[in-house]
Design a protein around this ligand. Structure first.
Ligand code: APR
Length: 312
């Protein structure tokens, strides 16, 4: 029986637990620092089980010993972006939270795969890899799946077609410098460039880039959680079921796309061991340039974070 620990029982963490149980993927332990909250949400989700027809156990706790021997540890602990706050404003607070979460969980689940959700995503994934000392294929971040889903949803709405048939790939960092690739976008194999004008596509690319901020502005408090939760569940499914799906994930580049020593969104094949391989696409010069700029910005933030953590 697979066991997934979700650290952080806030909006994203609780939604991750909900979708993992609904999809009948694993038993879920939800951990948070707030007393009673993970217990209450897990109890509520447990009471939904007879209605939804799964037998997954959901357990809320404030005690890391309950996370022992997890197959996957999902990290959502941290503070969410507020209106007007850039992702990078989150850096210092979330870095110290993620650092402490990794230290607590790795000693109890040294065989686990770590899936990071806390923002700024690519930097937090790098930090998780550093602190855990795990091999890079066992540490990855969720961003590209979400950014691609947003792009797909906007294209489906624009065309009036089923969202299921739209396939897209968004690479790069999870931020203003993300790299949507319309060239690789299709409706069941029909290139999107044949169905939408360049101007329309550019507008949808822009909306995708601002996808998180649009929701933050509407919610007023907190940030997106349904699509992020569903994105994590999809990645958890690919790993636990060993499906070898090709998904854009924050992975550790070791020369691919000319990038080195950086966690950034690239197409990756997911299997039971985590990241089985990174697939190198033949990108055009402008696409490669955008990817490099994105990676450079992540690297700068990693440096800032390293200094902040030293002085904290
Ligand atoms: N250990 C465990 N849980 C923690 C810790 C910690 N050290 N510090 C904070 N938390 C918990 C909070 O108590 C809170 O319940 O993390 C939870 C975060 O939940 P929310 O504030 O609801 O934030 P959420 O919307 O879930 O976003 C979480 O995911 O998408 C990203 O940008 C988002 O970084 C943010 C993260």
């Amino acid at each position: 029986m697979a066991k997934v620990t979700v650290v952080g029982a806030g909006f994203v963490g609780a939604t991750v637990a909900q979708y993992i149980a609904d999809k009948d993927l694993a038993d879920v332990v939800v951990v948070d620092v707030i007393e009673g909250m993970p217990q209450g949400k897990s109890l509520d989700l447990t009471q939904a089980a007879p209605l939804l027809g799964h037998d997954r156990r959901l357990f809320g706790t404030n005690d890391y010993s309950d996370t022992k021997n997890s197959d996957i540890v999902v990290i959502t602990a941290g503070i969410a972006r507020k209106p007007g706050m850039s992702r990078d404003d989150l850096l210092k607070t979330n870095a110290s939270i993620v650092q402490s979460v990794v230290k607590e969980t790795i000693k109890l689940s040294s065989e686990a795969i770590f899936l990071v959700v806390t923002n700024p995503l690519d930097v937090m994934t790098y930090l998780t890899w550093k602190i855990s000392r795990l091999p890079a294929p066992r540490v990855l971040g969720m961003a590209g799946v979400l950014d691609s889903a947003r792009f797909q949803a906007f294209i489906a709405a624009e065309l009036g077609f089923s969202a299921k048939d739209i396939r897209c790939m968004v690479l790069g960092g999870h931020g203003d410098l993300m790299v949507p690739l319309p060239r690789y976008c299709s409706v069941n194999g029909v290139p999107i460039t044949e169905l939408l004008s360049k101007d329309k596509l550019d507008a949808l690319v822009k909306r995708t880039r601002d996808g998180g901020a649009e929701i933050v502005a509407l919610l007023k408090a907190g940030s997106a959680f349904y699509a992020p939760g569903a994105s994590v569940a999809l990645m958890v499914e690919a790993i636990l079921k060993d499906t070898h799906r090709l998904l854009p994930c924050a992975v550790y580049a070791q020369g691919e796309y000319g990038l080195k020593d950086v966690y950034v969104g690239l197409p990756a094949v997911l299997s039971r061991g985590g990241v089985e391989k990174i697939v190198e696409l033949k990108l055009h010069d402008d696409e490669l340039g955008a990817l490099k700029r994105s990676a450079d910005s992540i690297r700068e933030n990693v440096e800032v974070m390293t200094k902040l953590l030293v002085t904290a």
